[in-house]
Design a protein around this ligand. Structure first.
Ligand code: IMP
Length: 424
């Protein structure tokens, strides 16, 4: 059976956690394939908010298997904290949580390296979540990394020491002021490794192939967004993994011809956290309203998110790169009350009007060209049926469908599981 994908189409924080949770009842297995604790997937149900970082968002469903794939990077310390939260809520994860032996491990010194590198960059910093993501993927591609399967070996601590010592030399080389107590960090790390070892490690690509062969349904849960992809995002202001559809192939071992539906998720406006170009960013009252009404603060770092109008040039690009088959629009409720909405449909680039995403999208290179659309003013948060949606919101949705030539099948009108409207 083909594997379906759910991918963020913007700069992350689109609401993937909520939608995976909503879709989970349709799937036997939910699998993360890239990223790590830089992600913050928020789920709200029964009046409670849950934030997951590395654990797949199907974990609250009893009958679902949750797989952390080979493309993910795991920080045992953060992973343990997530497990502790699940324990507090009596979530029985022991049987349902599986971890690929090929997933890489984030060491305490990876986090320190991240901090040293960002500090050394000064104003040019990426705005990383400082979870050690970049340095861990660097060690992966540099063929120095430590994988989950390694910690089952007797002599893995020698490998750890060699790598951690090398990292320390690199941190010293940066020559920046970073305070840390490595003994303390390592004590916490090794204790968390023991917790990790109590979970089930598997040869996950084999597991996925067997599951497919026995007609099990699988949803691959993306983290971050397409515009943060290491290849297709706004480099260098990106994360260090492939957040796009191809990442699910390498991050799980799924062949490209085994991909089924590709759900693309986007906010009705745009947000970005961290540095980097953002053509439709607003610095006025409208941007401030989006941030306030939409509670736009990072789920992992708490940083305020930058806000702006929907950018269809970027969204179209993300749909193409991912082969999106269905769109899911989030946070339409946040735009309620705007008399007029703007949607960027083209860029002015070197004196010409273009509709594709060019190499340079910094503000000195492009100017967004907007189409104005009538807004709506209604409390959407209690709505449950497509027939209840305001006419102007339907107009907005239909405009986007026409521009992107992809159906918008779900409109989300609030953070709760229940605030989800299926259109077709
Ligand atoms: P890193 O992946 O933590 O190194 O961060 C690199 C860039 O990606 C920074 O601009 C982060 O703010 C951004 N980023 C990483 N993960 C997320 C996420 O889950 N949501 C939104 N932005 C993210």
């Amino acid at each position: 059976m083909a594997v379906d994908l759910l991918l963020g189409l913007q700069w992350g924080d689109e609401g993937k956690g909520k939608i995976v949770d909503v879709l989970t009842s349709k799937y036997d297995i939910i699998a993360r394939f890239q990223g790590g604790p830089n992600a913050g997937h928020t789920l709200v149900f029964n009046g409670r908010k849950h934030v997951l970082h590395t654990i797949p968002s199907g974990i609250f469903h009893d009958d679902t298997v949750n797989l952390v794939g080979n493309g993910v990077v795991i920080d045992p310390v953060i992973f343990k904290k997530e497990l502790d939260k699940l324990d507090e809520q009596d979530v029985n994860y022991k049987k349902s949580l599986l971890i690929s032996r090929k997933a890489h491990i984030i060491l305490p010194t990876h986090r320190l390296l991240d901090a040293a590198s960002e500090t050394a960059k000064g104003k040019a910093k990426i705005g990383s979540t400082l979870k050690g993501i970049g340095p861990t993927y660097m060690d992966k591609t540099g063929r120095n990394g430590i994988r989950v399967g390694d910690i089952e070996l007797v002599d893995w601590k020698n490998k750890y020491r060699t790598l951690a010592d090398k990292h320390q030399a690199m941190i010293d080389f940066y020559n920046v002021d970073i305070q840390y107590d490595l003994d303390e960090l390592e004590a916490e790390f090794f204790s968390a490794i023991e917790t990790l070892k109590s979970l089930k490690f598997i040869d996950s690509e084999e597991y996925v192939h067997q599951a497919q062969a026995s007609e099990k349904s699988i949803l691959a849960e993306g983290a971050q967004g397409s515009l943060l992809d290491i290849d297709f995002g706004t480099y260098p202001f990106v994360t260090s993994s492939n957040t796009t559809a191809a990442g699910a192939c390498t991050g799980l071992g799924v062949a490209p011809n085994q991909i089924g539906k590709v759900y693309g998720i986007f906010k009705a406006y745009t947000t970005r956290v961290g540095s980097g170009p953002f053509p439709t960013e607003l610095f006025d009252k409208d941007g401030e309203t989006m941030g306030r009404v939409g509670h736009e603060f990072g789920a992992t770092t708490g940083r305020p998110r930058r806000c702006g109008w929907l950018d269809l040039v970027a969204l179209r690009y993300a749909c193409q790169v991912n082969g999106v088959t269905e769109l899911i629009m989030m946070k339409g409720d946040v735009l309620s009350g705007f008399k007029t909405l703007k949607v960027c449909t083209a860029y002015k680039y070197k004196g010409e009007e273009i509709t594709h995403l060019p190499y340079n999208i910094e503000e000195q290179n492009i100017t967004p060209i907007y189409t104005e659309i009538k807004g709506w003013d209604a409390d959407l948060t209690g709505m449950t049926e497509a027939s209840q949606l305001p006419e102007a919101l339907n107009g907005y949705v239909e405009f986007l469908e026409k521009e992107l030539n992809i159906p918008i099948t779900v409109v989300s009108v609030g953070p709760d599981r229940k605030q989800t409207i299926h259109r077709k």
